[in-house]
Design a protein around this ligand. Structure first.
Ligand code: CP
Length: 313
């Protein structure tokens, strides 16, 4: 019941044993959400700081709910409401927060590597809740958890990840995680949104959406990240949807029991049509539900001492 890693910084470096332990622990926390009183005393007396320097709906509320369901105290700090707005550095902010003895610091930051920097300067375990265009490991773990709720195993599945691969930390974390779990991963998007060197990740690469979707067991659609684009990567939204948007017609070539996923927030009518997003194949809201259980598992495994771990046996 003990992780080998002290911090959760990314899936690229996360050992397979740790991945299995997080997924197994999340399974045991999943049912807490169905109780009339949605709380267990697993992290009573512990403190979780959520440090969010970028907007978030799902990840921030999911970490906060996860901490509360474990009976931990959670504190939310955002860039605009903190002394970062007065010019304080990230390291000074983190070291000052650490002086208040948190048990875990969760950070989302626009710069790739920000959580890794904190991990060098802080004693508390650091969780990466999304760093720039680099990694979003808890999203990939909740995606794997959701797939496993529907499929017997991930090994041997064909997973197509489609859209704005260039700017997507979700794509990177998912490729590393799903490849470790034995999936065949296909990355697909317009050439302008596919950075060089993708095949080094161990994924197949195509610009042909039909090829990516053919016999796919899981389709993960990615949001067009307009906020990270300094140049124009496609001529128009209509053209993007025609070539790379997921419609019911295009989905016909996928496996009969295909799962449609999206990390959110969705651009309906841009990367996915509403009838698919809300259709029978969609597990998009299940991903959000499962995110709480996965983050409960991560907070518990990083913050629990021997006593709390023993009490959970
Ligand atoms: N999936 C995800 O990271 O969503 P938020 O940006 O709302 O946290």
């Amino acid at each position: 019941m003990v992780l080998t890693t002290k911090h959760l910084l990314g899936t690229e470096t996360l050992p397979l044993d740790d991945i299995h332990l997080i997924l197994k622990t999340a399974r045991s926390f999943r049912e807490v959400a169905t109780r009339p009183i949605k709380k267990v005393p697993a992290l009573r007396g512990k403190t979780v700081i959520n440090l969010f320097f970028e907007p978030s709906t799902r990840t921030r509320s999911s970490f906060e709910i996860a901490a509360k369901r474990l009976s931990a105290d959670s504190v939310n700090v955002s860039a605009s409401g903190s002394s970062v707005a007065k010019g304080e550095t990230l390291i000074d902010t983190a070291r000052n927060l650490e002086s208040m003895s948190p048990d875990v610091i969760v950070i989302r930051h626009g710069c790739s590597g920000a959580p890794h920097l904190l991990a060098r300067y802080c004693k508390a375990p650091i969780v990466n809740a999304g760093d720039g265009m680099h990694e979003h490991p808890t999203q990939a773990l909740l995606d794997a958890f959701t797939i496993l709720e529907h499929k017997k195993a991930i090994a041997g599945l064909k997973v197509a990840i489609i859209g704005d691969i260039r700017h997507s930390r979700v794509a990177r974390s998912n490729v590393w995680l799903l490849r470790k779990l034995g999936a065949e991963v296909v990355l697909c998007g317009p050439p302008t949104m596919m950075p060089p060197g993708l095949s080094n990740l161990g994924a197949d690469v195509t610009y042909d959406m039909n090829r990516a979707l053919e016999k796919a067991d899981v389709v993960i659609m990615l949001r067009i990240q307009l906020e990270r684009q300094e140049e124009v990567f496609f001529p128009s939204v209509r053209e993007y949807f025609r070539e790379f948007g997921l419609s019911r017609d295009k989905l016909q070539v996928a496996s009969r029991d295909v799962l449609v996923m999206h990390p959110g927030p969705m651009n309906r009518g841009v990367e996915i049509s509403s009838d698919v997003a809300d259709g029978a194949e969609s597990v998009i809201l299940e991903q959000v539900t499962n995110g709480v259980a996965v983050r409960m598992a991560i907070l518990f495994l990083l913050a629990a001492g021997p006593e709390e771990t023993e009490a959970m046996r």
